[in-house]
Design a protein around this ligand. Structure first.
Ligand SMILES: [Mg+2]
Length: 180
């Protein structure tokens, strides 16, 4: 059961993933979470983030943004980068992840989801049968229930590391991305 919360890999940040290597492994599409994955919660994109997204596209990937946030927020975020997006995704509902793969026009096995939350991004991707990479969240320490959820996430990750039950991205461990 807890395996449903395990990502395929862990990376320090969405910006540090070796996308060329993912391409080599057969992936062609990336589903990016937005808040706390690409920018701090609610923040607009920046020239640096847009340049990064463009570089991922230049590596051969199609990109779609999948967010629990609303249309208005995503419209603002995509003002410059023009990326397609799915708002109000209600993660971990797998429907949004499946819709994202369809929007990319790819098989689910060709798609990888990059997000900062175990209970939404990773669980949803696993439910949809899509590989996932967990990244460290951007932004300030969140208090209250979200802070508690972060503590629960840390426990899940600790178990994941101990059991080493992670399934690897297309069965090949990607250097620098494994949580060890
Ligand atoms: Mg997020």
């Amino acid at each position: 059961m807890i395996e449903r919360l395990f990502p395929c890999a862990y990376a320090e940040s969405a910006f540090s993933i070796d996308y060329a290597k993912l391409y080599e492994r057969g992936y062609r599409g990336i589903i990016f979470d937005v808040d706390n994955t690409l920018v701090a919660h609610g923040a607009d994109s920046t020239p640096r983030v847009d340049a990064f997204l463009e570089s991922v596209r230049e590596s051969g990937f199609s990109i779609v943004l999948l967010s629990d946030n609303d249309t208005q927020r995503l419209e603002r975020f995509t003002a410059e980068n023009g990326l397609p997006y799915i708002p109000d995704a209600n993660k971990p509902n797998p429907a949004g992840f499946e819709e994202a793969a369809k929007l990319l026009g790819l098989e689910k096995t060709q798609v990888v989801c990059v997000g900062d939350q175990v209970f939404t991004d990773i669980l949803g991707a696993n439910r949809a049968g899509i590989d996932s990479i967990l990244v460290k969240y951007i932004g300030y320490y969140e208090r209250g229930w979200k802070g508690k959820r972060r503590a629960a996430e840390s426990m899940v990750l600790a178990i994941w590391r101990i059991t080493r039950k992670r399934h690897r991205l297309h069965d090949i461990e990607i250097e620098g991305m494994a949580a060890t």
